[in-house]
Ligand binder design. Structure first.
Ligand code: UD1
Ligand code: CA
Length: 482
């Protein structure tokens, strides 16, 4: 059989592209003790958004984050992605950052430069810059856009030919250096570029620091390359929202809102109902199945995964949880690092702390707190209960006000309740303790010893009834009052 698709010799060899992400800056305008690129939008550090987009274009071993301010924190936050890191110990500008990376980039033919503080960039746009750059055989390609307010960005000035703008760039002028009519220029530098490695590193040494910040500006390389008769091109972004940078907390909030709106939109188009998406906070990595309904004022955080046909009612906060299909979360539930299986019902006001595993069709009701607890299929704990470090079988009924006394002041102990057991209301189970299959616990018992299968255990003081006592007391009170 003839092989389908192009043969090896017909395949055009892609030149080796690296991606460098500038992420060493302090972010003075955020007024923060923490590294700028670790500030979060949509529940994920700025830099993690950029790395995720980059990893869709090149493998992680071709990606280098240039780090400096808070380098250790940044490195450990992104370590698991498998990307490389280049240290820029002193932050002397974006040009200086690229000088530090020369060693790491030498093995490649081209480099795409991204900014750790331009987090909305998509993999499609990165690939578009790469393709435009290689197709046109440029030395430098600058991704540009015209936002409604260009204040604060460097402006891109193009070469004119016959009264018309060309693709070629004359120079980039930073905001503070704009003179006279130049500040009317609306086309901005996104801080995203492609470079051919050769010309970049043969000219980068000529950058100077004669500017407002006394820094080496990478933007100055455009004019240097052009003067050396190298091709410097500008490519307009299709969507200017993708290249907005974060310099202040105001911009941080704006981009967070935009990303969350984008996320909600994706989910809705894929089959999730979200009635008031503007009131919900759904993190970038959350997954939701079809026909699930998210009511207003819900927060879905971290790596939360929700199945199909669920309903998440208002004011619930769900962090790093896995919910099956047909799960009902009534209002005001707080769920963290837990599993909720198909058809289970929670709330209102249930609190699942880490390590809870709520079985198929199980019910957890109001003011019930669970921690490191497995509640078996069809079991119920509906009211005012604490279940910690416990293993509860199938078809168990846990009465109102039941408490597992799991902590003796030094150690934690386990409570086991086997299938079909019935725990009467207001019982305390002093762990370690085991209630056997099908056993009954009388209401208000304090259980300190194991209860065998099918037994009834009652652990409470006997009731004393004194006939006529109340009537006599009232009579006495009346007599002394006279
Ligand atoms: C930069 C561009 C500007 C562009 C804008 C787009 C320069 C001189 N200016 O300005 O033309 O419109 O981005 O968002 O490049 N960084 C380092 N090491 C340093 C300095 C900065 O790694 O020594 C990193 C920062 O962490 C940041 C990125 O480079 O991620 C951009 O630096 P920033 O200071 O934010 O530059 P802008 O003033 O925004
Ligand atoms: Ca910036």
């Amino acid at each position: 059989m003839p092989k389908k698709g192009p043969t090896n010799s017909a395949k055009k060899k892609q030149p080796a592209f690296a991606i460098a992400i500038l992420a060493a800056g302090k972010g003075t305008r955020l007024k923060s003790q923490h590294p700028k690129v670790l500030h979060e939008i949509a529940g994920k550090p700025l830099l993690a958004h950029v790395v995720a987009a980059a990893m869709q274009v090149v493998p992680p071993q071709n990606i280098f984050a240039i780090i400096g301010h808070g380098a250790d924190k940044v490195r450990s936050a992104l370590q698991s992605t498998g990307i490389g890191f280049v240290l820029q110990p002193e932050q002397r500008g974006t040009g200086h950052a690229m000088m530090q990376a020369s060693e790491a980039l030498r093995a490649f033919q081209h480099v795409l430069v991204l900014s750790g503080d331009v987090p909305m960039i998509s993999s499609q746009t990165i690939a578009r810059v790469r393709d435009f750059h290689t197709t046109n055989d440029a030395a430098m390609t600058i991704l540009t856009t015209e936002p409604s307010d260009p204040t604060g960005y460097g402006r891109v000035f193009r070469r004119m030919a016959k009264g018309k703008e060309t693709d070629e760039v004359e120079r980039i002028v930073e905001q503070k250096a704009l003179r006279g009519k130049e500040s009317e220029r609306r086309e901005i530098n996104s801080g995203i570029y492609a470079f051919a490695i050769g010309p970049l590193y043969s000219h980068i040494g000529k950058l100077g620091t004669d500017n407002a910040h006394h820094e080496y500006y990478l933007t100055d390389i455009a004019e240097l390359l052009r003067k050396a008769n190298k091709k410097v091109l500008a490519l307009r972004a299709n969507d200017s929202a993708e290249v907005l940078g974060v310099n202040t907390r105001v911009e941080l909030a704006q981009l967070d809102a935009q990303l969350r709106a984008r996320k909600a939109r994706e989910l809705m188009l894929a089959g999730t109902t979200i009635f008031r998406p503007d009131t919900c906070d759904i993190d970038a990595d959350v997954e939701i199945g079809s026909d699930t309904v998210i009511e207003p004022f819900v927060q879905l955080i971290g790596k939360t995964r929700i199945g199909a046909d669920c309903r998440i009612r208002s004011f619930s906060v769900i962090t790093n949880c896995r919910l099956g299909d047909n799960v009902l979360v009534r209002p005001g539930c707080i769920l963290e690092d837990s599993i909720v299986r198909n058809g289970a019902q929670l709330g209102p006001y249930s609190h699942l702390r880490p390590g809870s595993d709520i079985g198929e069709g199980a019910h957890v009701g109001n003011f019930v707190e669970t921690k490191k607890t497995r509640l078996g299929k069809g079991s119920k704990a509906n009211h005012l209960t604490y279940l910690g470090d416990s293993e509860i079988g199938e078809g168990v009924n846990v009465g109102a006000g039941t408490i597992t006394c799991n902590y003796d002041g030094v150690n934690k102990h386990e409570t086991v309740i086997e299938d079909g057991a019935f725990i009467g209301s207001d019982s305390t189970l002093v762990a370690p303790v085991r209630v056997g299959r099908g056993a009954y616990i009388g209401a208000a018992s304090c259980i300190t010893e194991n209860v065998p299968e099918d037994a009834l255990a009652i652990g409470r003081g006997r009731q004393v009834t004194k006939e006529g006592w109340a009537k006599e007391r009232r009579a006495k009170i009346k007599a002394t009052a006279k």
